[in-house]
Design a protein around this ligand. Structure first.
Ligand SMILES: [Zn+2]
Length: 153
């Protein structure tokens, strides 16, 4: 159950990463807002030319949300595209596209690496073929592999 949830999160994260890269690709020509209303709040995102913004605003203030989400408000630059924007009725964070993409790519990359990394063989076995080398530590009698650091006597 926990594993399935993690798998779902990984797939979702990968899809979001692709979506961010897609938004990044079209950011110069058009920008748009996407949103979700849940439990009295409106969660929105907005694609700017250089960065993405994610925010939450009180749902009973549609005019203000519109004001924020559609960029009539003055979004200050922030350092390198990073910004925390706070208002009594709404808050938002912005980050450059590359940063958001890296964030969403982290989980899939970590899980992919864990799955496909080579498993080191236990000590005492030939690293090439897995033959038991305890009797012949200097050279593998099975495949002829000479382990690194083997002492020739
Ligand atoms: Zn071997």
């Amino acid at each position: 159950m926990k594993r399935r949830l993690l798998n779902l999160l990984t797939v979702l994260s990968l899809l979001l990463c692709v979506a961010v890269v897609g938004l990044w690709a079209v950011a110069g020509s058009r920008s748009f807002t996407f949103g979700l209303r849940l439990g009295g709040y409106a969660y929105f995102g907005r694609s700017f030319s250089d960065r993405l913004a994610f925010g939450v605003a009180r749902e009973d203030l549609p005019a203000l949300l519109y004001y924020y989400a559609h960029g009539r408000a003055n979004w200050p630059g922030g350092a390198g595209g990073f910004l925390y924007y706070r208002h009594p009725f709404a808050r938002a964070v912005t980050g450059p596209y590359w940063f958001v993409a890296v964030c969403f790519a982290a989980l899939p990359a970590l899980r992919g690496w864990r799955r496909f990394r080579p498993v080191p063989r236990p000590a005492g076995l030939c690293p090439a073929c897995g033959y038991d080398l305890r009797a012949t530590p200097d050279k593998c009698p099975e495949c002829g592999h000479v382990p690194a650091g083997a002492k020739f006597s």
